[in-house]
Write a protein that binds this ligand. Structure first.
Ligand code: OSB
Ligand code: MG
Length: 368
């Protein structure tokens, strides 16, 4: 593939609206845009979607920067790469650090697709013309929450997701269900519960939620299985699934009926595609998760969600929902709850360099 140079663009951009879970609030988004450049000057792009603190997974922007510059970029330069599928083997000697690995691997997939002059969705075997989009509702009062949902339904969204915790669950969800009897509503707990909360979680069954995402701890693969046996509501694993092996464990134990696949959390495309295959073979529903990300990662998500099995709306929303101005052109737009796949080569979007300059804190360059 003739990878000659890697550039890390360290960026920071304020979110239009703060994003909150029971674990904390993100109002300024930090990240790294990875640019991989070949001998012809062609660029592929990836993105570090870790946060400044390790609330979602153990990685942070700084741990990713360390892994990239000290370990992963030198590994990529150490060997002639013919196909991005080889990257996962190349990274075998590095334990975990999935988000750091994913960011570089994604950039290499984008570059590879551009070198072939083909859209990335086609290279990975996608087929959907449009990907299905859902939105996260979060507001300080029930009234605002209902108004936000009304607006989203007006815009054509067919699925909403609400962040819950033991202090804020049944009441909110019941009010939404009353107001929107036919809307697809789901809840995401980001590990706010333990098995002792079983009875409270069982009470949610009557609200006919599409699923409850990651109710228990990241490593509670066994207790998720115990819980799923007692719940009618499907459990969807998020944080727990970071590799194909963990997916196999969840399948053996029947810990979930759904999985949200995030390229970053699972270490990139190779693992994401393997997890996807396992889910297809074992009747586990899949959809594309989100990371309140910049446009580069958002465009990668759209490529992934063109796979036929991504039949449930993902957390992929318009750029404008989070940003005053995104760093890509054209920006991502949702119409009638759907996003058209992008047919230009690679991820199909280009960098809006004017905007990129405004949000870049520093830039680091590495040569082969
Ligand atoms: O748990 O799914 C999650 C955002 C950041 C980190 C973790 C999660 C989320 C979301 C998706 O809920 C929000 C989005 O990107 O639209
Ligand atoms: Mg989640």
């Amino acid at each position: 593939m003739d990878i000659q140079k890697v550039v890390l663009h360290i960026v920071q951009m304020p979110l239009k609206n703060a994003f909150s879970t029971h674990l904390g609030t993100v109002d300024i988004r930090d990240g790294i845009i990875i640019e991989v450049i070949d001998g012809n000057g062609m660029s592929g792009y990836g993105e570090v979607v870790a946060f400044t603190t390790p609330w979602y997974t153990e990685e942070t922007v700084k741990t990713c920067l360390h892994m990239l510059e000290e370990i992963l970029i030198p590994l990529v330069f150490s060997k002639e790469i013919k196909h991005p599928k080889e990257i996962i083997t190349l990274f075998n000697s590095v334990r975990r650090n999935q988000m750091a690995k994913a960011s570089l691997e994604m950039a290499i997939w984008d570059l590879f697709a551009k070198q072939q002059n083909k859209p990335l969705w086609q290279i990975i075997g996608g087929s959907r013309q449009e990907v299905l989009s859902g939105a996260v509702v979060s507001a300080s009062s029930m009234e605002l929450m209902i108004r936000q949902t009304e607006d989203l339904v007006q815009e054509g969204y067919t699925r909403i997701k609400v962040k819950i915790s033991p202090k804020h669950d049944y009441g909110i969800l019941q009010s939404l269900r009353k107001k929107f009897p036919h809307l697809m509503i789901m809840a995401d707990a980001n590990s706010a519960y333990s098995l002792q909360d079983k009875e409270e979680l069982k009470k949610l069954d009557e609200l006919k939620l599409e699923m409850i995402e990651q109710p228990l701890a990241v490593d509670d693969i066994v207790e998720h299985a115990i819980l799923q046996k007692e719940l009618q509501t499907p459990i969807c694993l998020d944080e727990s699934i970071t590799s194909p092996m963990e997916m196999k464990n969840a399948i053996h134990l029947q810990s979930c009926k759904m999985v949200n696949i995030k390229l970053a959390r699972v270490g990139g495309y190779s693992n994401a595609l393997d997890i996807y295959k396992l889910c297809q073979q074992n009747n586990i529903g899949v959809w594309c998760g989100g990371m309140i990300e910049f446009g580069v990662s958002r465009a990668h998500n759209i490529a992934l969600a063109t796979l036929s099995g991504f039949s449930f709306p993902g957390d992929i929303v318009s750029s404008t929902r989070y940003w005053e101005e995104d760093i890509i052109e054209p920006e991502i737009t949702v119409k009638n709850g759907k996003i058209k796949r992008i047919n230009s080569p690679g991820i199909g979007v280009t960098i809006n360099w004017k905007r990129m300059m405004e949000v870049t804190k520093s830039r680091k360059e590495y040569n082969a």
